[in-house]
Design a protein around this ligand. Structure first.
Ligand code: FDA
Length: 369
């Protein structure tokens, strides 16, 4: 007889929610992760009394009351609201694009004035059927917004010219004709007090976990322990890259400790032009209204990806989607394996979406029985 009902590969949000829910349903779970910590990409490192978002800034937001209530079981959320700034060509602007941004760009004071400029620029520079990212952005917001905020930032992010990037990367570019710097439109938003580890600890309390264990290094032995495997790693790796390798964009994070209590006055400042090699600086203490004497900042550099680097953003072009679909079809063939999470689904997901999809998967499986 097997010792566990489920072996869960990956202790990120997908795996942790799955393990928590199945344990509540009296299933025995073992969670493993190849990293030396739990939590996947939401993991925070404690330094100088601050929670450092090791894998990039994480701000929780959702419109779904059920998901909000779900995470609030495990942590109290503070009232942080994401209002990033943008530095471009020596000037600071508010984001997302709103009446403050338009005032800073053009000196316009009313929605009518701002709309008039945007509409005029769309007419002058826009194209009817955009063939690349540049044309897409110009046709959505016009020249000034594109050149100040989008062109160079996107080129840094993807390491390619905007004219060589596909239009689909930008589906919408919301502009707001109110003086509202709240980046997200969702009803619920905040940072868990104590950091994201508090949520992960709550989810995995009383569940057996092993860190520093790579599934592929002792696959047979691990599989012999459980009836079913929940796999949240890279799907192409699972199938030994037989249909080819899926591509990603990576990031490098440089953390710096500064002997001052406030470095940039805001949690997130975007660096939109190419005179800076990084795309953002995060000052972690501001996520939690920290009052420490020191501060830690993180510079985020976009990077080309290879197998030895962290896979952050899937490159969902036709080539990769075609490869992914083959893996997905194959993944449906065996009942003993369950695939989920951002790497197995080769998709960018926000945290609330991952929690939702993990809960949905549990619901689906539990009803089957
Ligand atoms: P995740 O990657 O967290 O977990 C998978 C785990 O599997 C990893 O820990 C990995 O080590 C492990 N694993 C893989 N292969 C293995 C193997 N062979 N053996 C053992 N273990 C293995 N969302 C949001 O809502 N607000 C935000 O502000 C942000 N910000 C943000 C910034 C950046 C830079 C990124 C890249 C992403 C965000 N996100 C976000 C998204 C958020 O990070 C994401 O939704 C979740 O972390 C995904 O959780 P998963 O469990 O799917 O993957």
């Amino acid at each position: 007889e097997k010792r566990y009902d489920y072996l869960i590969v990956g202790a990120g949000l997908f795996g942790s929610v799955f393990a928590h829910e199945m344990t509540k349903r009296n299933k025995k779970c073992l969670v493993i992760d190849k990293r030396d910590h739990l939590g996947g990409n939401v993991y925070c490192e404690q330094k100088e009394g601050m929670n450092i978002h090791k894998y990039g800034a994480h701000i929780f937001h959702t419109n779904d009351k059920k998901i909000w209530d779900y995470v609030n079981q495990f942590a109290v959320f503070n009232n942080y609201i994401n209002s990033p700034l943008s530095l471009s060509k020596g000037k600071l602007y508010n984001l997302p694009f709103n009446m403050n941004t338009f005032y800073q760009l053009w000196g316009t004071k009313t929605p009518t004035e701002a709309k008039k400029i945007i509409d005029k620029q769309i007419q002058e520079y826009g194209v009817e059927s955009p063939k690349n990212l540049e044309e897409q952005a110009l046709s959505l917001v016009g020249k000034d917004i594109y050149e100040t905020f989008i062109k160079e930032y996107t080129e840094k992010q993807w390491g390619k010219k905007a004219t060589e990037l596909p239009a689909f990367i930008i589906k919408r570019l919301p502009v707001r004709f109110t003086y509202d710097n709240n980046y997200f439109n969702d009803r619920y938003q905040g940072i868990p007090v104590g950091g994201y580890n508090t949520i992960i600890d709550g989810l995995l309390r009383d569940i057996e976990t092993r860190v520093g264990v790579d599934f592929f290094e002792s696959r047979e032995e691990l599989e012999s322990l459980a009836d079913k495997v929940v796999y949240t790693g890279k799907i192409d790796e699972f199938f030994e890259y037989k249909y080819g390798q899926l591509e990603y964009r990576s990031l490098r994070f440089e953390h710096e400790l500064h002997d001052m209590n406030n470095y940039q006055g805001n949690a997130v400042v975007n660096y939109n032009d190419t005179s800076y090699p990084y795309t953002r600086i995060i000052e972690h203490k501001h996520f939690e209204f920290g009052k420490q004497d020191k501060t830690i900042i993180t510079k985020e550099y976009p990077e080309n990806w290879n197998k030895d680097k962290e896979a952050y953003y899937p490159i969902n072009n036709d080539k990769n989607q075609t490869i992914f679909k083959k893996y997905r079809e194959e993944s449906k063939l065996s009942e003993n394996y369950i695939f989920g999470g951002r790497l197995a689904e080769y998709r960018y997901y926000d945290m609330h979406q991952i929690i939702g999809s993990s809960l949905a998967k549990v619901g689906e499986i539990s009803k089957d029985k």
